[in-house]
Write a protein that binds this ligand. Structure first.
Ligand code: ADP
Ligand code: MG
Length: 768
């Protein structure tokens, strides 16, 4: 992506428009308005703080910013930033701010100061009376940015708050009530899901969605979008069969079970099956009687063969903690779907925790789709411009860098196998370290980060390791990563958003050296890692070490021919081998996109139904809809309760009963659809259109949703005892989940096979 500095000449602008990629926006207006702000700089500079605040207050009176107001706002924002943060926003930052305020995704390279750009835009929206969520990729950034920009917001008289996964409900409520709220995408999504299960209107935490500014927009809107956010509720603890765990543990790969090339599916061989059946007491697993056990065996096998400790999960404080595979950090309160979680716990010899059922779920598109105004920023947005347009109707506007980037990006160094690659990485890092330059070594997973730390130590290099295991030290590790002689090894945790500042004298040595231990599944992530060096015109360099034994290649280009010539240290110079690597990355990108499309299409069908349920739920929650509906169906009983306890208690009791059955009904409907969807995949083999078929069934099933809910509600209401204290649903065995947690469900890495197995387990549970 060529970037130009300064205003374009007419010809250049025309050429640029001609070359403009689909899904990219014209940023000339932003350019013009931001440039005009300079004219106000001198006179604003001489104002007292109070006068400056007055000028901001004047702006607040305008309902919607005109072009003139946008320029005035840029000028005021700049001056306020100078006074509060000691940083004068560059023209390009103001262009970005205008881009955001006009509803674009702006592409600004890493290190260009998007935090400040976004904060100004958030304040600009807030001054127009809008409520803004600044959505980040993780909790660390949400909190960092809210605190960092705090003084700026204070001076502009805009309230700001932040939410992370540890925030208590009251903290969340306060943060969401602020004009601007910084929150990670998953917390925002889970709060929406949790809010949908509230039984009192005053318990709802989130106000109506208004404006969202998405930081690292490609990560949130594209990469995260594949991952439905799922809220589950606790039922009973899963008793995991120790005999099954033990049996599975003794199975041998290749003999008793086999995994697919891409390690997403595993199945028992004939010999494995015989062995398991024998160990379980000579049963035939493929009979209807033993269907649950078969499903449990498969799930245990998945846990045993496919989920790898320190790659897919950690064991910390006696608990299994999932590692979010796109961010490399631990996902608090997240678990695998029930059954699988219990199986992993059993594999690790830990107590199995309570299992649950899916209460509701949502994909990121639906979360973002709730906001009437969407904009975003990223260093790597143009590459997904078409998808942003397809999925969100967004356009990307490119903002040039403030100072040209002088980082040198070296070509990949390719090796025949992972072992020689790692040796080369260690040699390279040690050599750069010897020059005093700080090194950031990006690795693909926790295990690798620790392996390389050990190898470096053996080579006499001490490294700080930042991974899911020690995420608490994140801020302090990052703060020192730009010091002379520092070597920092990080999983993808440092891949987005972190700001590594060079210590004194480091620029003269050549700045930060970024080393990647392998390419990621998309070029954008590679670029993000490189972007940790060379910020704001700093010197720096980057290089990736790759091998034909990398998972990326094995999974996505398994049939590639081996390289013709391999040097004694394992290095490969063969251009064909290089192409294999690029090809593998493209295949991976394509697969991700396809999986996202599929998720989106299926979820859209359910989204319409969910919207209807939620709309109705809201009326029940906030109005008297429950009583009215019950009265239509059971006038006599309602009259009797009214006479006994009065209107208020009646209304509250009716509400509790109807909400219970609405939520129960929705969870059942989702479980049913999950079963259907898994069956549909099998039908796809018979060349029917699975999506159409799914839609047909989903629509049919939903036809009776409300009638069913109300007939159950009437039954409960008739049976229940309603006293002055209200209705006791627990008494009737109608329990709401006492605790909830969230799942990360990807179509990867387990594939539909696992869905099928898990729904086999789900069916085993007695319906309430
Ligand atoms: P990005 O999100 O675009 O990667 P950050 O917001 O993390 O960038 O900022 C990168 C660095 O640039 C930070 O250290 C920040 O303090 C600095 N910075 C941002 N804007 C300015 C400015 N106008 N003047 C000086 N430094 C700035
Ligand atoms: Mg950033």
């Amino acid at each position: 992506m060529a970037r130009t500095r300064g205003p374009s000449s007419g010809l250049r602008a025309r050429v640029r428009r001609f070359l403009q990629r689909p899904g990219t926006a014209d940023m000339r207006r932003a350019h013009r308005l931001a440039a005009a702000a300079a004219a106000r700089e001198e006179s604003l500079g001489s104002l007292s703080d109070a006068r400056l605040a007055d000028a901001v207050a004047q702006l607040r009176k305008r309902p919607r910013f005109t072009d003139a107001a946008l320029t005035e706002f840029c000028a005021l924002g700049r001056e306020t930033a100078v006074r509060t943060l000691g940083q004068r926003p560059f023209d390009v930052q103001l262009q970005g701010t205008v881009g955001l305020l006009t509803g674009h995704v702006v592409e600004m390279a890493t290190g260009e100061g998007k935090t400040l750009t976004g904060a100004l835009a958030a304040a600009g929206y807030a001054l127009q009376g809008r409520r803004v969520h600044v959505v980040s990729v993780n909790d660390y950034l949400a909190r960092r940015d809210a605190e960092w920009m705090g003084p700026l917001y204070a001076a502009l008289d805009v309230g700001v708050g932040w939410v992370d996964q540890w925030s208590e409900p009251e903290q969340r409520r306060a943060a969401y009530a602020a004009d601007v709220t910084y929150v990670s995408v998953s917390e925002a999504g889970f709060d929406v899901l949790r809010d949908r299960l509230r039984t009192g209107a005053d318990e709802v935490l989130l106000p109506d969605p208004d404006v969202v500014i998405v930081d690292e927009a490609d990560s949130v809107l594209i990469d995260e979008a594949r991952v439905p956010l799922v809220l589950a509720g606790a039922a009973a603890a899963d008793v995991h069969d120790a005999l099954i765990t033990d049996t599975v543990r003794r199975l041998r790969p290749g003999v008793h079970f086999e995994t697919d090339d891409d390690a997403r599916n595993v199945h028992l061989t004939e010999a494995g099956l015989r062995r398991v059946e024998r160990r379980l007491g000579g049963i035939d697993l493929y009979t209807a009687d033993h269907a649950h056990r078969l499903a449990e065996v498969h799930v245990a096998l998945h846990a045993h063969a496919l989920l790898r400790r320190d790659i897919d999960y950690l064991v910390r404080d006696g608990k299994v903690e999932l590692i979010d595979d796109s961010k490399g950090r631990v996902a608090h309160l997240q678990r695998w779907p029930d059954g699988l979680q219990a199986a992993v716990e059993a594999k690790e010899g830990l107590a199995t925790s309570a299992s649950g059922e899916v209460l509701d779920s949502m994909v990121v598109q639906a979360l973002i789709g709730r906001y009437p105004t969407v904009c975003g920023m990223s260093g790597t947005a143009v590459a997904v411009g078409e998808q942003l347009h397809e999925f969100y109707g967004l356009e990307v506007g490119v903002v040039p860098t403030n100072v040209a980037c002088v980082r040198t990006d070296e070509p990949d160094r390719l090796y025949a196998d992972a072992v020689s690659k790692e040796a080369a990485v260690v040699g390279y890092v040690a050599a750069v370290h010897a020059t005093g330059r700080p090194v950031l070594l990006g690795t693909l997973d926790v295990a690798e980060s620790e392996r390389l730390a050990v190898a470096l130590k053996e080579a006499g290099v001490d490294a700080a390791v930042l991974n899911a295991r020690n995420d608490a030290e994140e801020a302090s590790i990052i703060a020192r990563a730009g010091e002379r002689g520092r070597v920092t090894i990080s999983t993808q945790m440092a891949g987005r958003g972190t700001d590594i500042q060079l210590a004194d004298g480091v620029a003269d040595m050549g700045g930060l050296c970024v080393v990647g231990s392998g390419r990621y599944h998309t070029r954008r992530l590679d670029d993000q890692l490189r972007g940790r060096a060379g910020r704001q015109g700093d010197p720096g360099s980057s290089v990736f070490f790759t091998s034909l034994g990398d998972e990326l290649v094995l999974r996505n280009a398994p049939d590639a021919a081996p390289p013709a010539v391999v040097a004694s240290d394992g290095a490969v110079a063969d251009p064909g081998a290089r192409m294999t690597l690029d090809h593998a990355q493209r295949v991976a990108e394509g697969a991700h996109l396809e999986s996202q499309r599929t998720t989106w299409r299926y979820s859209r069908i359910v989204d319409g139904q969910r919207a209807a349920v939620l709309q109705h739920r809201d009326l029940v929650l906030r109005r008297d809809r429950a009583v009215r509906h019950l009265e239509e169906r059971a006038a006599e009983r309602v009259g009797q309760v009214r006479a006994d306890v009065g209107d208020d208690v009646l209304a509250a009791a009716a509400r509790q009963v109807v909400l219970y059955h609405l939520d129960r009904g929705w969870a059942d409907h989702l479980a049913f659809l999950a079963d259907v969807r898994e069956g549909i995949h099998l039908r796809a083999l018979a060349r029917e259109s699975p999506l159409d078929e799914y839609q047909k069934i989903a629509v049919q099933a939903f036809d009776t949703f409300f009638p069913d809910v109300y007939s159950r509600a009437v039954a409960t209401f008739t049976e229940a005892e309603v006293t002055a204290d209200g209705v006791d649903l627990d008494d009737l065995g109608l329990r709401r989940p006492t605790s909830t947690w969230t799942y990360l469900v990807t179509d990867n890495p387990f594939g539909s096979e696992t869905d099928r197995l898990l729904s086999g387990l789900r069916r085993k549970k007695d319906p309430l």
